[in-house]
Design a protein around this ligand. Structure first.
Ligand SMILES: [Zn+2]
Length: 411
């Protein structure tokens, strides 16, 4: 397997220490590759990043084949918590422009373009960019917003420039070259324009098991995100952090910044001393969590006849459990997933199926289903909890964990 090594994308130095290793093994859509997501901390600036990582080609092909950002279960409509989050950043951005200002906005990774539709309603000229053909179609159909299908390519956007606003919401943490991206944005932005960036906040790593999932290769703090902006000709003109309680998806706390052009490169601060204890705490929490999950899973395997346990969810969390717990050596009936794109695939040799809703068919070959998703556990339980009335056991791993985490957070 080809992996790409990386140096620090913020200070460009190659002086980092490995602080975490997340075994991931097989990834649906990529294969049984025995992957480890190895997390590095830069000694010079405190930036945290994954290295070495899968090639951009592999990651992009995964997004094209398996991305679920179009949310098939919601038919293109964003769930309410996400809509609230979008209104939050639209409000935050609006404060950076004169009252009644109408400019040109670009949203990179716009999904179904709900955010852009709000600017359009205020008279802005808007353009989206998204790799998913389905998102492009839904953006047109739901909000009449033009979206170019593809990954970021400045050559495609130069004829459309300058933009008064460029939005990068939950994009920068995915890019192998976030520094290059900021240089490109500088060239696309109007002189008085703003860039809005929203990323997870590493200072508060909430979603414990999947926090260092392979899709994220950069982990920013307020300091390192500011450093990155300053190193690429931007000034941070607002920085907010949002905790996002468990009722809001994604669960984890985020940083939102608006940037304006500064025309200069400023000196960087070093966040190393503040970041290291956060990672150490995350690591010990993660080890305690794994011990609890291991014990729960071993119990489930003991209680279920061989080959009659199914998993529900073929995402990154399942990949991690298959690689870190006894599930990896357990014969499974199958792995169910709601996403029709995953049907017919295999995850570590197990077939991925869509649930037909036929209870008799399930009862013939399955005694128990383990919900193997951290983020969607409750949604999935709502969907399949009724199977318990037909004698099929449903296991939820995090029902108790979430309560414990909240108690730790509050104390
Ligand atoms: Zn660095």
């Amino acid at each position: 397997m080809d992996l790409i090594d990386r140096e620090c994308a913020v200070c460009r130095q190659d002086d980092h220490v490995e602080v975490f290793d997340q075994p991931t093994g097989a990834i649906i859509g990529i294969g049984d590759i025995g992957y480890h997501h190895r997390i590095q901390l830069c000694r010079r600036c405190g930036f945290v990043f994954a290295a070495p990582v899968l090639t951009e080609k592999m990651i992009f092909s995964f997004y094209e084949k398996m991305s679920n950002y179009e949310q098939p279960q919601h038919r293109g409509q964003r769930p309410q918590p996400e809509i609230d989050q979008i209104h939050r950043y639209v409000q935050l951005i609006s404060r950076r422009f004169p009252e009644g200002f109408r400019g040109k906005a670009l949203d990179i990774g716009c999904a179904t373009a709900y955010g852009l539709s709000l600017f359009k309603a205020r008279g802005w000229d808007v353009l989206g960019l998204d790799p998913s053909a389905r998102c492009v179609a839904l953006s047109k159909q739901c909000y009449d917003v033009r979206v170019i299908q593809g990954f970021f390519d400045p050559a495609v956007l130069i004829p459309e420039k300058p933009f008064d606003l460029i939005v990068l919401c939950h994009v920068l943490e995915h890019l192998l070259h976030p520094d290059k991206m900021l240089d490109d944005l500088n060239g696309l932005l109007s002189e008085n324009g703003r860039v809005y960036i929203e990323v997870p906040d590493l200072m508060k790593p909430y979603a414990q098991k999947c926090y260092f999932g392979f899709e994220h290769v950069n982990f920013f703090t307020p300091v390192t995100l500011t450093n990155l902006a300053r190193a690429h000709g931007f000034a941070v003109d607002s920085l907010s952090t949002f905790d996002n309680g468990p009722q809001i998806s994604p669960f984890y706390p985020v940083i939102g910044v608006t940037l304006s052009k500064s025309g200069k490169k400023s000196a960087l601060n070093n966040d190393y001393a503040d970041v290291l204890p956060v990672i150490e705490k995350f690591k010990s929490g993660s080890m305690r969590l794994m011990a609890r999950l291991q014990a729960l899973i071993s119990g489930i395997i003991e209680q279920t006849p061989k080959g009659r346990l199914a998993l529900w969810g073929a995402g990154i969390h399942t990949s991690q459990l298959l690689s870190e717990t006894a599930l990896g050596q357990t014969p499974l009936a199958c792995i169910f997933d709601n996403d029709p794109k995953k049907r017919g695939s295999f995850l570590q040799g197990h077939p991925v199926e869509s649930f037909t809703g036929n209870i008799e068919d399930v009862k013939k070959r399955i005694d128990a289903i383990l919900i193997s998703s951290e983020a969607s556990e409750n949604d999935i339980y709502q969907q399949i909890g009724h199977l318990e009335g037909h004698g099929i056991r449903i296991y939820r791993l995090y029902q108790e964990e979430k309560n414990n985490d909240n108690m730790e957070k509050c104390s």
